[in-house]
Write a protein that binds this ligand. Structure first.
Ligand code: FES
Length: 107
């Protein structure tokens, strides 16, 4: 079961930018691609880099640690879809970005 949690103001995430937030014990990376908001697990599957502190190129984020890239719409690494980052559903309500996360915190 999931719950919808407000995580940031939409105004704090300009188009072309990303942001790291912590919610319910989870690190979440937020991305604004031309006004559409996406949320992925903040932890890069290579070595744990914070994807929300990376650089956004269109709909692809480049990890700040070693440059692995992931499509923020799908979470897939374009060159190797075996590496995939989990995504979270997003809703915008009253100027706030809400992310749907598991109701129970991770163990
Ligand atoms: S930790 Fe992300 S590319 Fe290495």
């Amino acid at each position: 079961m999931n719950k919808l949690v407000p995580v940031a103001k939409l105004a704090d995430l300009e188009p072309g930018s990303c942001l790291s937030v912590e919610v319910g014990g989870l690190g979440v990376a937020l991305f604004n691609v031309d006004g559409n908001i996406y949320a992925l697990d903040n932890t890069c599957p290579h070595a744990g880099g914070p994807l929300g502190e990376g650089t956004l190129h269109g709909d692809v984020v480049e990890c700040p640690w070693h440059g692995w890239r992931f499509n923020v719409r799908t979470g897939e690494k374009p060159q190797n879809p075996d590496f995939k980052v989990s995504g979270y559903p997003v809703e915008i309500k009253e100027g706030l970005i809400h992310v749907s996360i598991p109701a129970e915190p991770p163990p």
